[in-house]
Design a binder for this molecule. Structure first.
Ligand code: SF4
Length: 120
């Protein structure tokens, strides 16, 4: 199946024309460097995303703490990850970069605090 996508690996944003058979990349054009071909291959064969969201807090200065995964996780796991995030409540002060959940969903990525948060 032929499709188009925009490479997001650099600000140039090359328009990539892709021919894929399911999750197998057959051919591509429009990329101006090897990063573009790697991006297209990853998007077709095993797309990943960094999850950025917020978790609830209790007894801290804000009601929500912004978090992100320490590395991209499979795109197909994003909804499962969002559901799991709803079960997390942070109750102790955290520093930016602190691990909120280790090996989140067993995907090898930690859930990391994006900012520091203390007591009110
Ligand atoms: S293909 Fe290369 S030059 Fe084009 S947007 Fe992607 S990284 Fe940038």
């Amino acid at each position: 199946m032929k499709r188009s996508m925009t490479c997001i690996e650099c600000p140039k944003g090359c328009r990539l024309e892709i021919d894929a058979d399911g999750a197998r990349l057959i051919s591509m054009s429009g990329h101006e460097c090897s990063r573009g071909s790697l991006y297209a291959r990853r998007e077709i064969e095993a797309p990943v995303r960094t999850l950025t969201t917020s978790v609830l807090t209790r007894g801290l200065e804000l009601k929500m703490l912004p978090v992100r995964t320490s590395k991209p996780i499979p795109k197909e796991k994003i909804f499962e990850a969002m559901a799991a995030v709803k079960s997390i409540t942070v109750t102790t002060p955290v520093k930016a970069g602190a691990v909120v959940a280790t090996d989140f969903l067993g995907l090898g990525a930690d859930l990391i605090a994006c900012r520091s948060l203390g007591k009110p």
